[in-house]
Design a binder for this molecule. Structure first.
Ligand code: 5GP
Length: 305
């Protein structure tokens, strides 16, 4: 039986929109604006996305330097049929594709930059999404990444160590750091305390070819992008809004009014995710940390325990 005319028109309209979206993704891959790894991550996060309906073969053909013969070899090596779409890959195929694509990230990110200079990467995201946990995991497991230590005027929480978690300073000391030009960026976060990224350790590390990770808020991410145009911005997402609220209320480090204020900030921050180069879902700290490090192009240097 034929579908009614109106359904056919709607289906056609949707098919055209999806084709256009896929063409835009392929063009962005060709231009090096998005990595194949990120396209795949987007596909696997959202089954309804244009990425999900993109054929793996079509994606590979858009990677600069890969021709049809090479693409067929790669598909065979990954045991992926030519007709397969990203959203239709099985678990094993996804894992193999992810490993293969992560090795492509470094050249994509590093284009137009002298190869000796390190990569500056900013990790931002809404409050309580787990930025601190992900960045601590990276500090403990990936010694080749330098984690910037921010200065702040807030008081230490239990377990926080001065000089490791933060440099805890007074308002006057913070003024002095700012006035003397020692800060790459500064911000007042949650309308409360002052936070800032010291400039010198970052410049030294980048010049020595070491990659640096900044775990800062949205204002800071924007300021860093302005100051360092080739900085890569990664947005850490919660698996859902409900999970974010649960994480914030269950950690018990803020009182009710502070929690409400931070949730307001989180809403605004989530709305800004489109400004970022990459999005990573923090469903599991070790997995999210590994994705961030892969996006930094440093996966091969993981410390084996
Ligand atoms: P917390 O007080 O919970 O450690 O951090 C509060 C917020 O401040 C977090 O969103 C964290 O990312 C952000 N933050 C930490 N250090 C800096 C920094 O140096 N600059 C900016 N702009 N934000 C920061």
């Amino acid at each position: 039986m034929k579908p009614p005319e109106v359904d056919r028109a709607e289906a056609l309209r949707r098919a055209i929109a999806a084709r256009k979206a896929r063409a835009a993704i392929k063009a962005a891959v060709s231009a090096g604006e998005i990595s194949p790894l990120q396209v795949a991550m987007n596909a696997w996060q959202d089954r309804e996305s244009a990425e999900s309906s993109l054929r793996v073969r079509d994606l590979l053909l858009r990677i600069p330097g890969l021709g049809p013969v090479k693409v067929e070899q790669i598909l065979a090596q990954l045991s992926i049929a030519s007709s397969k779409r990203l959203g239709g890959l099985g678990r094993r195929q996804k894992a193999q594709f992810q490993e293969w694509a992560s090795n492509l990230v470094a050249p994509v990110l590093n284009q137009d930059r002298p190869t000796t200079r390190g990569q500056l990467v900013v990790l931002a995201g809404p409050t309580a999404v787990g930025k601190g946990a992900v960045s601590s995991y990276i500090r403990d497991n990936y010694p080749n990444v330098l984690l910037s230590v921010s200065a702040t005027t807030r008081t230490p929480r239990p377990g926080e160590v001065d000089g490791v978690s933060y440099r805890f300073v007074t308002d006057n000391e913070f003024d002095e750091l700012e006035k003397s030009g020692q800060m790459l960026e500064t911000a007042i976060v949650h309308n409360a305390y002052r936070y800032g990224t010291p400039r010198k350790p970052i410049e030294d590390a980048l010049a020595a070819g070491k990659s640096v990770l900044l775990e800062i808020d949205l204002q800071g991410a924007r300021a860093v992008k302005k100051a360092v145009s080739d900085a890569v911005l990664i947005f850490l997402l919660p698996p859902s809004w409900e999970e974010l609220v649960r994480r914030l209320t269950s950690r018990g480090t803020e009182d009710a009014s502070e929690q409400a204020r931070r949730l307001e900030t989180a809403k605004m921050e989530l709305a800004a995710q489109g400004e970022f180069d990459y999005r990573v879902v923090n469903d599991d700290v070790a997995r999210a940390a590994s994705e961030v490090v892969q996006l930094m192009g440093l996966s091969s240097r993981i410390r084996r325990k």
